[in-house]
Design a protein around this ligand. Structure first.
Ligand SMILES: C[S@@+](CC[C@H](N)C(=O)[O-])C[C@H]1O[C@@H](n2cnc3c(N)ncnc32)[C@H](O)[C@@H]1O
Length: 212
């Protein structure tokens, strides 16, 4: 399948939340040559109306459609469905690299540990859509933002603004810690970044832009 077909497929699937953000993600991705994603979406999960658990590759379909030079994507799970984006990338002459951070199966939801890549290559856009906890996002931002030249985009920032993905709350100084707390704390000490978009719809999308 070609990159344009995968993008259309994603848009027409209309389940989950990320598909809603695809046009906006595409707009940003088209200004970038190097794109990095934390949370490819290879953990299959049950979707209403489907017999088999589904993977969620809306971001990846969008990055391919933008035809950058290189896409690097990370997940803790693996699913053979990734062969379709690989074939499309090959046809479109896009370098696609997938890294599995840990070999964690379907029940990874219990895992609250922080898992981030040790280092990443320089990139224009970093999309963060992995394990939605305060600790994970704090680690992702503090360790890897310096490698990003243009945009950091985060999904689910409304759904998990205060509290974590998997239901257990992290209490700290009387607050429920979540993605909003991690983001606010990061911006307090990184004034080279500014908030340029906050969309509450479809679980929330936040965009930081590096100041010129
Ligand atoms: C919400 S899905 C990602 C959806 C996908 N980005 C999309 O656009 O459709 C979250 C994914 O993050 C993965 N994940 C969880 N913890 C992670 C981590 N520490 N690093 C990278 N990926 C992680 C899960 O296995 C799952 O596939």
């Amino acid at each position: 399948m070609l990159v344009d077909d995968l993008y259309k497929l994603g848009l027409n699937m209309k389940w989950g939340y990320t598909y809603h953000h695809m046009p906006r993600l595409l707009e940003y991705a088209q200004k970038c040559e190097y794109i990095t994603e934390f949370g490819t979406g290879l953990a299959p999960h049950k979707v209403d109306g489907h017999d088999k658990p589904m993977v969620s590759l809306f971001g990846l379909y969008t990055w391919l459609k933008a035809r950058p030079r290189k896409i690097t994507t990370y997940d803790i799970c693996f699913d053979p469905t990734i062969r379709f984006p690989y074939q499309a990338a090959l046809e479109a002459n896009i370098e696609l690299v997938f890294h599995q951070l840990a070999c964690i199966g379907y029940d990874h939801k219990d895992i609250e540990q922080i898992l981030i890549p040790e280092t990443i290559e320089k990139t224009d856009l970093l999309f963060i859509d992995s394990n939605h906890t305060y600790n994970q996002l704090t680690a992702e931002l503090t360790n890897h933002a310096e490698k990003v030249s243009k945009y950091i985009i985060m999904h689910d920032t409304e759904a998990f603004a205060y509290g974590t993905s998997w239901g257990s709350m992290e209490q700290h100084h009387g607050k429920d810690l979540g993605l909003a707390t991690a983001l606010d704390e990061f911006l307090l000490v990184h004034d080279e970044w500014e908030y340029t978009l906050y969309d509450k719809a479809s679980a929330g999308l936040s965009i930081l832009t590096r100041k010129m």
